[in-house]
Design a protein around this ligand. Structure first.
Ligand code: GAL
Length: 680
């Protein structure tokens, strides 16, 4: 018995489907009928309904229309198609904004927005919360026990900020709680004596308006935390309402790529499954297709790692193209399917699209869909989607299995925000996101997939942790890292680590702060920024010479071994990369920015010391592994346009039902899954 439970056991395999807006076609029963026919042909077994349906559910305050939805859900269910039902809070009917303008957001210039768009409601407005509670209750009352209902989808792509009176009052309350009602604690944490910014009462504090405060870094960071807090609180209120009607229906909310406006780690704790919306800029003119794929694989890893004991959900992806990129390119033949299978390989139990059918008007009329305006099955995209559906059926047994990785890369929202706002380094080359993603991608190229974890997550399951630019440290992280290393872990950290605490106060006594200067055996005395036209080099003891860009630290070594020294500038001959053994493990410190491919020799050492198994593969072949109790499933994706010879030990290709040993040929833009029994 597989102890890893598929997300949707009712489906007997992967979920394949997407956002469906029948409410736009209620006057066209012929089209609604055709939809079912086409869905069956495309192997669709799930749809997401009601994401933005409020104005149809409740066209006038207190007047409800749910019969159409019931008919649709019944009909879908009768045809083997289940429903993920969204709460409609992501967009408000016009009557609501006219009647209750406080539901609309106030921007950072203190202007109330006008009605329109979506995703722009105030998260703290008591009126909006009451209205949402009402519509959610009515929806749940009617549908929470529907046999076709698989999951609740809370709102849509939470994000953004509101500066209205209610949010300001709630911000002050949040701060009073965070600082134990002691304004002096806040003054200390925010270092407000600087420029005479001391407060004597929480009521004096405003959010960081565009025309207001921007230099109290603790304030800006706490505002971001507050925005996450109030969004999460809003989401929790929605979840609580729904659960009253049926506790057994799981909940999720859809996250976005590498969105930095909300600390998703906080929201992740409140939902049963993580889902995300994937819209990479495919076939762009600034990176290789391998890079685009790897960046998306990073996103998959990021979301997977938020709940790594279970699969995640690919909630949305574009069949064909999107309509909101700068240049809207069609996915070239086979690439849509390949990217869908990449999500599955990365641990998703679903492949879902936005959208099932193209609408006729408004701003998403030309966004990709499974069914185009032509309305038939006879399109390249439809055929590819149907083909994806067929493949998902073939590999149904993989469903519910999970990845198990020995390496993790740390990626942390508080740290992202603090780096972004730090008045240090250079404005245009901080590049925290690119740095983390670059290293994650490099590990993949070396043949190892890493999880992507926050600094607060458990380190125990890993053998190697890479922590790039860990500028802000939460309390106790240094100690936990030391424990990790002493027990045998290999830790690789970099320049700009451990400069500030969680209030953004600089550590005294030498960077990296907490106990990390002892753990790494170095003190970073200075950090130097380089102009984009400048570089330095480092040299290691095997004759390797690597270019330094953007940042170089002046390190004082206190007990670490020096692995590389600077070649030039005033740093000539000084330590640039070090390693210190601690207990059974070791801590590497990389004092300068290297291209991620030039980090290889350091990562190699860490991985080798930890005996992490690498799967070296030809360029352009991506490899991911999922595990059930009894089997491992190796996914290989060829993202290039050339056939590749892929080395592989004895295994069984369970799609082609054949066994082979040594290697196999993977055709261009193709993928395969091979299966091996685990030896206990
Ligand atoms: C997503 C959103 C969908 C749709 C899609 C278009 O971000 O959740 O509702 O707008 O983008 O790409």
């Amino acid at each position: 018995m597989n102890k890893f439970r598929p997300i949707f056991p009712q489906l007997g395999g992967f979920a394949h489907g997407g956002d469906y807006n029948p409410e736009q076609w209620l006057d066209r029963p012929d089209i609604l009928k055709k939809d079912i026919e086409l869905m069956k042909e495309a192997h669709i077994n799930v749809v997401t309904l009601g994401v933005f349906s409020w104005s149809v559910y409740e066209p006038k305050e207190g007047e409800y229309h749910f019969d159409w939805l019931e008919e649709i859900m019944n009909n879908l269910y009768a045809n083997g198609i289940h429903t993920i039902l969204a709460t409609p809070s992501g967009a408000r009917p016009a009557w609501l904004d006219k009647q209750y303008p406080e539901c609309m957001r106030v921007d950072a210039y203190d202007h109330r927005e006008h009605h329109g768009l979506r995703h722009n409601h105030c998260m703290t407005s008591p009126v909006y919360r009451e209205k949402v509670k009402n519509i959610d209750s009515r929806l749940a009352e009617r549908f929470a026990k529907h046999p076709g209902l698989l999951m609740w989808h809370i709102s849509n792509e939470f994000g953004g900020e509101c500066y209205c009176e209610s949010c300001v009052a709630n911000f002050r309350k949040y701060l009073a709680k965070r600082y134990d009602n002691d304004i002096e604690k806040l003054n200390h944490a925010w270092w407000t004596t600087f420029w005479s910014h001391r407060f004597t009462d929480f009521d004096q504090i405003d959010p960081p308006y565009e025309t207001g405060e921007s230099c109290v870094l603790g304030l800006t960071l706490d505002w971001k935390r507050f925005t996450t807090h109030s969004t999460c609180d809003f989401m929790k209120a929605e979840i609580e309402t729904l659960r009253k009607y049926n506790r057994d229906i799981p909940v999720t909310t859809n996250f976005m790529e590498i969105y930095d406006g909300l600390d998703y780690q906080v929201l992740a704790k409140e939902v049963d499954y993580i889902s995300w919306d994937s819209y990479p800029l495919m076939h762009n003119d600034y990176e290789s297709i391998e890079d685009t794929f790897l960046r998306t694989a990073f996103c998959n890893a990021q979301f997977r790692s938020m709940k790594k004991d279970r699969p995640f959900i690919l909630m949305e992806s574009a069949p064909g193209l999107v309509n909101w990129h700068g240049v809207n390119k069609m996915k070239r033949p086979g690439y849509g399917k390949l990217m869908s299978l990449q999500a599955v390989a990365s641990g998703s139990d679903t492949v879902q699209y936005f959208q099932w059918r193209k609408g006729r008007g408004s701003s998403e009329q030309f966004h990709g869909a499974v069914v185009d305006h032509i309305g038939t099955n006879d399109t390249r995209i439809f055929r590819e989607v149907a083909d994806t559906g067929r493949t998902l059926k073939e590999i149904a047994e993989v469903c519910g299995s999970v990845q198990k990785n020995e390496v993790a890369v740390i990626w942390d929202w508080d740290n992202r925000w603090a780096i972004d706002d730090a008045r240090a380094l250079s404005n245009d080359s901080k590049k925290y996101e690119d740095t983390v993603i670059g290293i994650w991608k490099e590990l993949m190229r070396m043949g190892v997939e890493a999880d992507v974890i926050s600094q607060d997550m458990d380190f125990d399951d890993y053998k190697v942790i890479v922590a790039p630019m860990m500028y802000l440290l939460h309390e106790g992280v240094g100690e936990r890292l030391a424990k990790f290393v002493n027990k045998g872990g290999q830790l690789v950290a970099s320049y700009f680590t451990g400069y500030v605490d969680e209030s953004t106060l600089a550590y005294l006594g030498g960077f990296p702060g907490q106990n990390l200067k002892e753990l790494f055996g170095v003190i970073a005395e200075e950090i130097d920024s380089l102009y984009p036209t400048e570089s330095n080099y480092i040299i290691n003891s095997y004759g390797g010479r690597y270019e330094v860009k953007d940042y170089q630290e002046y390190l004082r070594v206190n007990g670490a071994d020096v692995l590389a020294t600077y070649e030039g500038d005033y740093l000539e001959g000084r330590a640039a990369v070090t390693r210190k053994e601690n207990g059974r493990g070791s801590a590497f410190y990389v004092g300068c920015r290297l291209d991620s491919k030039d980090m290889r020799w350091i990562l190699d050492k860490a991985l080798a010391s930890a005996a992490v198994e690498l799967t070296p593969l030809p360029e352009g072949i991506e490899h991911h592994v999922r595990y059930s109790d009894d089997y491992r499933y190796d996914f290989y994706l060829n993202v290039t346009k050339e056939a590749k010879d892929v080395p592989c030990s004895l295994c069984e290709d369970f799609i082609a039902s054949k066994t082979f040993a040594g290697s196999f040929v993977l055709q261009p833009v193709e993928s395969t899954v091979v299966k091996r029994k685990l030896t206990k």
